[in-house]
Design a protein around this ligand. Sequence first.
Ligand code: F6R
Length: 253
Amino acid sequence: MKSLRIFDTPTEVAGAVADRLAEVLAQHPRPVITFPTGSTMLPVYREIVARSQTGQLDLRGVQGIQLDEYAGVDDHTEASFRAWLHEHLLAPTGITAFHTLPAHDPTPAALASYEQVIASYGGVDLAILGIGGNGHIAFNEPGSPADSRTRVVELDRRTRQANERYWTDSDAFVPTRAVTQGIGTILEAREVLLIATGAEKAEILHEALHGPVSEHVPASLIRSHPHAEVLADAAAGRQPSDSSARESDRLSA
Ligand code: F6R
């Protein structure tokens, strides 16, 4: 792993992600980027959209890749990750190339073909990730193999509870299964950027960064990646004995 950077606020974290995106875009005209959904990403995408709308960041060449999705959803499912990303990132920034997971009918052939398309793009340049309260990355729940590929998974009870807020229709309920890039798939990206904000992520982030590298805490597995960086706000990045941790601990894998 390359580094951990701790900022005072989620807004500063968002600015750092947008800065990194600007650097990636300066290096590649058509970068391949994996985008997560979730509360952590809202201020990040707000910042990216604001820069795009003021002409500071042109994302129209980005080839977006979907990281995870509920199994069985289709284009009309409002609570789908695809719809969420479309609203918060893709439409307002003009990203039209977006490679989706075969969530509606995730046959083994469709899952393999999803990965083949990524390979045909030349692989992922930047994988942006959040972290779940149980340490998951994408929908790789605790116990997911480090070499796992894109597949159908059962969602953890805690993950379903955390996502209940998106399933507000009276007859809708959080699906029990999802389709996710595997940990092996994610770690093939040339660069990984994990974002964690808020006090509720402090304990699991500390475990992921300082506990054993283990499939029990999937986020800990990014420490084996030479170009992984963690960006956290002070609330998520504090050490248990230090509530005012700040700035750039250099970490080694
Ligand atoms: C969602 C995803 C998840 C989230 C994680 C954190 O696409 O990949 O792993 O990043 O559950 O979610 P929030 O940010 O809502 O706490």
